[in-house]
Design a protein around this ligand. Structure first.
Ligand code: FAD
Ligand code: UDP
Length: 400
């Protein structure tokens, strides 16, 4: 089984902590093995090669680089995202500057509409949403704030995602926009989810209909995969796709592992399985130039089995006679996409994280390895900070 093979491989690596033993003639040795070619793995590999002068082998069990941000041209020639829409947004000029070494950008501000009561209304809820939905004529921020205050429910302490929403916008808007969507997306009621989940999309009193309010919002001009290719294009970096950790050829060896897969997988689930939410993506090309007015339309009612439809041409400005869309169906089984922010899962993660702390020659970084519901820019920031710590350690070791 994979876990046995993994156990054997780790055992082998550990027992040969004396690295001379793994550097036998004819073997291929790398300073660092990076498991996973998503944002976490690619940033680490790039920095370790260019910044620390290390030799790096990057592997990914998928047949491509770029992790969940992977994009490619489909049969109709449209640039699509295989794992759902990825929109870049950040408040960090440093993170943007770092990525700008590897890509140019197209300005893009994301807008989302929600299908509610046969209307398409702005999401996050804003003044336009309130006016359209309730036939109101709220003229300014103060009028909208007053309206929201009149419907908001005082729940006392905000303990979960239900509290987050009803304390802001009351029961009716909660039921229409959040309850069904969240139950579909996470498989549990919002009352079972950390307050931070729904807090990602706070209501507004203005008519600002952008999904994100970050200072920088843009898309890589040739796509994410092209950006990752540029990051990994270095003589000291070797990339093997379609290559899992468990079945790496035995003749390869390394001093240090950067692990960006699920942290519980690394430890053979010895403390139990961390829960992850998955998605099934249904991709389709339509014989029309445009399918919907914006890139993403959310379907918050519980009866529609998908949560949202993405039409990619809006993200890239691509012109074509046909258009490609993706429907997202949440699922329990499948690739692990979302760590689950609830207390039990966080508690199990903390125990894994203590085990990780004892692994001197393994660095855990990324959404799955640190079990955090992080956006791309946050993962880039996390990886850059992790690399800086590792680089400092290597520099000290070199002096010793
Ligand atoms: P990943 O991209 O998941 O990369 C990990 C890689 O490790 C994978 O490619 C996997 O195949 C590989 N791997 C795992 N185990 C092994 C193993 N044993 N052997 C070999 N390889 C292995 N963020 C935004 O900022 N904006 C968005 O609009 C946005 N939209 C999103 C939409 C969806 C549907 C999802 C799921 C996420 C979205 N995100 C978005 C979050 C974004 O995807 C993540 O922040 C980012 O991809 C995390 O990068 P990572 O390297 O940690 O993980
Ligand atoms: N959400 C919702 N209705 C919506 C949009 C979001 O209930 O129309 C909730 C849902 O729980 C979702 C969370 O807010 O998981 C965060 O939304 P976001 O768009 O950030 O999710 P992601 O893009 O990470 O899947």
């Amino acid at each position: 089984s994979i876990t046995d093979a993994l156990a054997a491989r780790q055992g082998a690596q550990r027992s040969t902590a004396d690295l001379a033993a793994t550097r036998l003639p004819g073997r291929r040795h790398y300073d660092v093995l990076v498991v996973g070619a998503g944002f976490a793995g690619a940033v680490m590999a790039e920095r370790m090669a260019r910044g620390s002068g290390k030799t790096v082998l990057v592997i990914d069990k998928r047949d491509h680089i770029a992790g969940n941000a992977y994009d490619h041209h489909d049969d109709a020639g449209i640039l699509v995202h295989r794992y759902g829409p990825h929109i870049f947004h950040t408040n960090s000029g440093d993170i943007l500057d770092y990525l700008t070494r590897f890509t140019g950008w197209i300005p893009y501000e994301h807008r989302v509409l929600a299908a509610v009561d046969d209307q398409l209304v702005p999401m996050p809820i804003n003044r336009t949403t309130l006016n359209m939905l309730y036939g109101l004529n709220l003229q300014d921020d103060e009028a909208a704030a007053e309206y929201l205050r009149s419907v908001a429910v005082d729940v006392g302490d905000i303990r979960n995602s239900r509290d987050t929403v009803v304390s802001q916008v009351g029961e009716d808007l909660y039921a229409r926009f959040f309850e069904g969507y969240t139950r579909k997306q996470w498989g549990v009621d919002p009352s079972q989810l950390d307050k931070s989940v729904a807090a990602r999309v706070p209501a507004r009193t203005s008519c600002d209909d952008r999904y994100f309010t970050d200072r920088y919002q843009c898309m890589p001009d040739k796509g994410y995969t092209a950006m990752f290719s540029a990051m990994l294009d270095h003589p000291s970096i070797e990339v093997m796709t379609g290559q899992g950790y468990a079945d790496l050829p035995m003749e390869l060896s390394w001093d240090h592992v950067v692990w960006t897969g699920p942290i519980d997988e690394y430890f053979h689930h010895r403390l139990g399985r961390l829960p992850y939410r998955s998605l099934r993506f249904e991709h389709e090309t339509l014989d029309c130039a445009q399918a919907q007015p914006v890139a993403v339309v959310n379907y918050p009612d519980y009866d529609t089995p998908y949560t949202r439809i993405t039409e990619y041409k809006h993200l890239t400005g691509q012109q074509a006679a046909r258009t490609s869309i993706t429907r997202e169906y949440p699922a329990d089984e499948g690739d692990p996409y979302y760590p689950i922010p609830n207390p039990a899962a966080q508690d199990m993660y903390r125990q894994y994280s203590r085990l990780a702390g004892d692994c001197e020659n393994v660095t855990f970084v990324g959404r799955l390895a640190t079990y955090r519901y992080y956006n791309m820019d946050q993962i880039v920031g996390q990886a850059l900070a992790t690399w800086r710590r590792l680089d400092a350690r290597w520099r000290l070791d070199a002096l010793a």
